[in-house]
Design a protein around this ligand. Structure first.
Ligand code: PLP
Length: 391
């Protein structure tokens, strides 16, 4: 299989692992080599409830027995997407109320940017240095990393970048700004947290000039920081909330959410302001709804603080410089990219899956399923410490 993987499945890195997966359950992925690998990456923050969670599998099977795709987005009322959107409205503060379901995080970002332009009638966008929002042309245009986008220009015009946690850039947010797009916790940059009142001040500035604040919660969403969405830690509510990854519990999905008033601007001038065939697909919505119901009904979010503390207590080693992040999105600074990649490879040899942060390879990524147990945290951290000694 590995040979055909490299021969027929397009690659965009010269160093894909090509790890042959047999099955996955709970916090473990089982390889074709017969070994169990403890998964501290969760498909890059996607497998909120671990692998093959029975509630998600049952929801998918039940929906598959009824119907799959029946119509393009938004034409027919189908139980699972409707229920998902209703529950999202109940679980988030006003004015967040209506949700547009799409197929990926990047598409949700594109949709949110279009929404802001359409609603405000403005053309300019403010994004952040070191940000990552996905890889479509639109999402790449707002990425704050020149190396990843240089070769794909021309991208969207009228986008300017300011520094995360830097209020001096606020004067770039003006009456011409349609929206400010920000990750609540900067992911690719190494899980960088906002300063205490940064978002309060950012929101204030947006309100002063009538720009929409869009928050990208594609990684923190559903529950990864101990709240359903990370903005809830910071005393503000965005005008537009973007989610993806972990909201699916292992299926491809994205969404952007806003007030009824703002979202309605996509229904006219032009009508069909965003179109997607498979957005709101019932099978995907069934999995996402099951994920949301489980996150809300269980005590998983309450456990996050304790699990973060345990990671921080265990990850002490002379080769660890610091641990960034919040909840179960942690980035362990090992000083150099080369060393981090070697440590990740050694962890894999010892049965632990870890990864690195996209822009800052010196950070080892730890984003396990929310369901990871304290024993599994101990087991995985022991492997990391052993790998640090061995490399
Ligand atoms: N925004 C953030 C913060 C992300 O981490 C990602 C994916 O890693 C995206 C957007 C893009 O999501 P997707 O890969 O589903 O398009």
């Amino acid at each position: 299989m590995q040979r055909d993987f490299f021969k027929y499945q397009a690659q965009t890195t010269p160093f894909a692992a090509g790890f042959e997966v047999d099955r996955a359950e709970g916090s473990y992925i089982y390889g074709k080599d017969g070994r169990a690998y403890l998964d501290f990456v969760a498909g890059v923050s996607a497998n909120t409830l671990g692998h093959s969670h029975p509630r998600i599998i049952d929801a998918i099977k039940e929906q598959a027995d009824k119907y799959l795709h029946v119509m393009v987005y938004g034409e027919y009322a189908q139980e699972k997407p409707v229920e998902l959107c209703r529950l999202l409205a109940e679980a988030t503060p006003a004015p967040l109320e209506v949700t547009y379901l799409v197929n990926s995080g990047a598409e949700a970002i594109d949709g949110a940017l279009k929404l802001a332009k359409r609603y405000t009638g403005r053309e300019e966008i403010i994004a952040f240095k070191d940000s990552y929002h996905g890889n479509t042309h639109g999402a790449l245009s707002v990425a704050g990393n020149e190396a990843h986008k240089r070769e794909f220009r021309p991208l969207l015009p009228l986008i300017d970048f300011i520094g995360f946690n830097d209020t001096t850039g606020f004067d770039k947010i003006t009456e011409k700004t349609a929206c400010v797009l920000v990750e609540t916790i900067q992911g690719a940059a190494g899980f960088i947290l906002p300063d205490d009142d940064y978002f309060i001040r950012l929101k204030q500035r947006c309100e002063e000039v009538g720009a929409l604040l869009i928050m990208d919660e594609i990684q923190p969403g559903f529950g990864r920081t101990g709240k359903l969405f990370a903005f809830e830690h910071y005393g503000i509510v965005p005008d537009v909330l973007v989610m993806g990854k972990g909201m699916g519990g292992g299926v491809p999905v994205g969404a952007f959410m806003s007030s009824k008033e703002i979202m309605q601007s996509l229904t006219h001038s032009p009508k069909l302001g965003h179109i997607t065939t498979f957005g709101g697909n019932p099978l995907i919505a069934a999995a996402s709804l099951a994920t949301l119901q489980e996150v809300l009904a269980s005590d998983l979010m309450e456990q996050i603080d304790r699990k973060e503390k345990l990671f921080r207590e265990l990850l002490i080693h002379p080769k660890i410089q610091k641990v960034n992040g919040k909840g179960l999105m942690l980035a362990v600074d090992l000083g150099s990219a080369e060393f981090t990649l070697s440590v990740a490879a050694e962890c894999m040899r010892q049965g632990l899956i870890v990864f690195w942060q996209l822009y800052r390879n010196r950070y080892l990524r730890i984003s396990p399923p929310l369901t990871v147990s304290e024993d599994e945290i101990r087991e995985g951290c022991a492997i990391i410490l052993a790998a640090l000694d061995a490399v």
